[in-house]
Design a protein around this ligand. Structure first.
Ligand SMILES: Nc1ncnc2c1ncn2[C@@H]1O[C@H](COP(=O)(O)OP(=O)(O)O)[C@@H](O)[C@H]1O
Ligand SMILES: [Mg+2]
Length: 251
């Protein structure tokens, strides 16, 4: 049930994570984590370096195997669904570091996002045009190899590739990492358009203020566990969050 919702208006979560644990040998990166994202919702995971944010997203994407816990997406248990099949279900991760194929061209990278959809050529051209509409810079650079793009352009490419998989839930891990402020503004302007089009969002972002202002709800992670969850707007005023993640900047 959506937080704050009466039982009369029960709605099934798009993503329901229960008791998730991720271990790397003896390192307990994520422990007993419960998390939900409802249709159309924008949710952020806030936490310091090493809190377990990326490990959580990787487990959702199927890139690391959970030690314990269940992940349900669209009512389906993902336990036996390999990483490569998850985008076809509508669950797509843009990883930290972007993960573009450096030696391939821009359109070859974009095509990877849509490989499972078997688009007809006309449909492909239509959707490609939409990505270029969102990211005109990619159109200008379309003859280049992805490895020659700047960090911001690679982020655009990775997001364009994810969008071509037609996600229902888009997961972004540190989209602003290493980017100049102007590029961060551009990337976030597109993220706003994407969520306005109805795609649900699970966002990990080092700039906690940016994330909380964009999202509906937040989970705060410390040492692999959720220590606080609330409406994002309320988190902006929460003393514990302000102290630890907003630098108490008084804004
Ligand atoms: N591949 C790995 N092998 C071993 N330890 C890892 C690995 N990836 C992450 N960790 C450890 O797991 C913990 C959580 O890391 P991570 O999920 O990357 O945190 P965050 O994204 O919040 O910075 C950290 O202690 C980190 O050192
Ligand atoms: Mg991380």
């Amino acid at each position: 049930m959506r937080p704050g919702q009466s039982s009369a208006a029960q709605e099934e979560a798009l993503l329901q994570v229960t008791g998730l644990a991720v271990h790397y040998g003896g390192i307990r990166a994520v422990q007993a984590l419960d998390l939900a994202v409802y249709p159309g919702e924008r949710v952020t995971l806030i936490g310091a370096n090493g809190a377990g944010k990326s490990s959580t997203l990787k487990a959702l994407a199927g890139l690391v195997a959970p030690f314990r816990g269940s992940i349900r997406f669209c009512g389906r248990d993902l336990g036996a669904v390999p990483a490569w099949q998850r985008p076809a279900l509508g669950l797509c991760l843009v990883p930290e570091g972007r993960g573009v194929f450096a030696r391939l061209g821009i359109e070859e990278n974009l095509l990877m996002g849509a490989y499972h959809r078997r688009l007809r050529p006309a449909q492909w051209q239509e959707e490609l045009a939409l990505v270029y509409h969102w990211f005109p810079r990619l159109y200008e650079r379309r003859t280049q190899a992805a490895g020659t793009l700047s960090g911001g352009e690679q982020q655009m490419l990775a997001m364009g590739r994810a969008l071509l998989s037609k996600p229902r839930l888009l997961m972004l891990d540190e989209p602003s990492m290493g980017l100049a402020p102007l590029m961060v503004d551009k990337i976030f302007a597109v993220i706003r358009q994407i969520v306005a089009s109805g795609v649900s969002l699970l966002l990990v972002e080092q700039n906690a203020r940016l994330a909380l202002e964009l999202c509906d709800r937040a989970y705060v992670l410390e040492s692999g566990s959720v220590v606080l969850t609330d409406q994002a707007q309320r988190c902006l005023h929460h003393p514990q969050v302000r102290e630890a993640y907003l630098g108490n900047d008084g804004a």
